[in-house]
Design a protein around this ligand. Structure first.
Ligand SMILES: NC(=O)c1ccc[n+]([C@@H]2O[C@H](COP(=O)([O-])OP(=O)(O)OC[C@H]3O[C@@H](n4cnc5c(N)ncnc54)[C@H](OP(=O)(O)O)[C@@H]3O)[C@@H](O)[C@H]2O)c1
Length: 353
């Protein structure tokens, strides 16, 4: 059994990591940290885990985490991870970081998007930004991995094949990403934005322009295209707890047919269990819908082509806590450790929910 530690295990992502890792046949959770709940049973904070584990939270002590684990998942807020993860990385442990602190390879992007100068830019080139369906081989050999933002991975999985397939002639300057995000995307800390009375029933534009995840999406799409790509992104808070639907709009070359688009998706995702191409001819479930991936590590991807205007509408749906975070992180760990990438992650989505 591989010894695994989870930093900031009291948060929503920490809780989801625990839920999934407790079902993983190859790992043992040796330490789960929380500043606030050190000494408390995990199930007091994550009541879904009552009867599943007797684990207690430990203090956020890096040396104890290093002594007790071979792999560390860090589910800290951005700006905090960078204060603790470098010493764990320097000590030679395997790390999967879920914050934004190691996602961007260019240190110059941090002041722009996150408002701080990166204190350890040398680590940025050592961390592999992991979307296994796109860069599986890189993740396999990695010791340090950064898992994407939830809207970023959802958008990128729908867009990467389109930018990679040159014959589609995608206009690289006008890639528009529109995300609808459930409340758990904002984490477990209550605020006026997430207070039930204020959030229930909303379709609230919370970041109509300048969303930070555009930086990560551009980073991957530029690699796919071999040239720079401009992503214009908007995000809305909607009336779900788990789930993200991303509607991406791109403009394609005249004469491109739906079959060409379908082939681009097939060529990237054949053999990738966690990306399901969803494009039926009829019925309510003919396109991706976040309700249909809840609790699972699937990202459903589909599209419609508006030939009259040359607009390709790419749709993608994830559970933000699973493929958008903890599931993708565990899938990455599986690859880092040489396990089948699906290990511990094959439970089907809930329906109805
Ligand atoms: N929610 C999502 O859908 C999602 C998706 C992808 C990635 N992420 C990323 O994953 C990370 C965790 O997100 P989350 O949704 O789990 O947030 P969360 O529910 O707010 O949990 C974060 C945890 O971090 C700990 N923490 C907060 N401030 C801290 C500080 N200053 N120093 C040390 N620990 C601190 C807290 O635990 P204690 O107070 O108990 O120590 C808290 O429970 C973030 O970087 C987020 O951007 C989130």
């Amino acid at each position: 059994m591989v010894k695994v530690g989870v930093l900031a295990a009291s948060g929503y992502i920490g809780g989801e990591l625990l839920r999934l890792l407790l079902q993983h046949p190859e790992v043992e959770i040796t330490i789960a940290t929380s500043r606030k709940y050190a000494g408390e049973y995990v199930f007091r904070v994550h009541p879904n885990l009552r009867g599943v584990t007797e684990l207690k939270f430990s203090a956020n002590d890096a040396s104890k985490v290093m002594a007790d684990s071979e792999v560390v998942f860090a589910a800290l807020p951005h700006g905090e991870s960078v204060k603790i993860v470098p010493q764990i990385a320097d000590a030679g442990l395997k790390v999967v970081d879920l914050s934004a602190d190691f996602r961007l390879s260019d240190k110059g992007q941090y002041p722009t998007w996150y408002g701080y100068d990166h204190p350890r830019p040398d680590l940025l080139e050592k961390f592999v930004y992991s979307i296994p369906e796109i860069n599986r081989d890189q993740v396999k050999g990695a010791r340090l991995v950064s898992s994407p933002g939830c809207t970023a991975i959802t958008a990128t999985l729908a867009l990467a094949p389109l930018l990679k397939e040159k014959s589609l002639g995608i206009d690289r300057d006008h890639v528009v990403v529109d995300a609808k995000v459930g409340s758990s995307g904002a984490g477990g800390k209550p605020s006026l934005y997430t207070h039930f009375s204020e959030r229930f029933g909303v379709v609230r534009p919370y970041k109509p322009a300048g969303h930070r995840h555009a930086a990560e999406i551009e980073q991957v799409l530029a690699e796919m295209a071999g040239e720079s790509v401009k992503v214009s992104m908007s995000a809305h808070a909607v009336n779900m707890v788990r789930g993200i639907l991303v509607t991406s709009h791109v403009f394609i070359a005249a004469g491109v047919k739906p079959l060409d688009v379908w082939k681009a998706y097939r060529s990237m995702y054949t053999g990738s269990y966690f990306v399901r191409l969803v494009r039926d001819k009829q019925g309510p479930f003919r396109l991706p819908d976040p309700k249909l991936v809840v609790g699972s590590n699937f990202c459903d991807v589909g599209f419609e082509l508006e030939e009259r205007t040359g607009r390709l509408v790419a749709l993608s749906a994830t559970d933000n806590l699973v493929k958008g975070a903890a599931g993708n992180a565990i899938q990455s760990m599986n690859l880092m450790l040489g396990f089948d990438e699906k290990t511990g992650l094959t439970s089907a989505p809930l329906h109805p929910v």
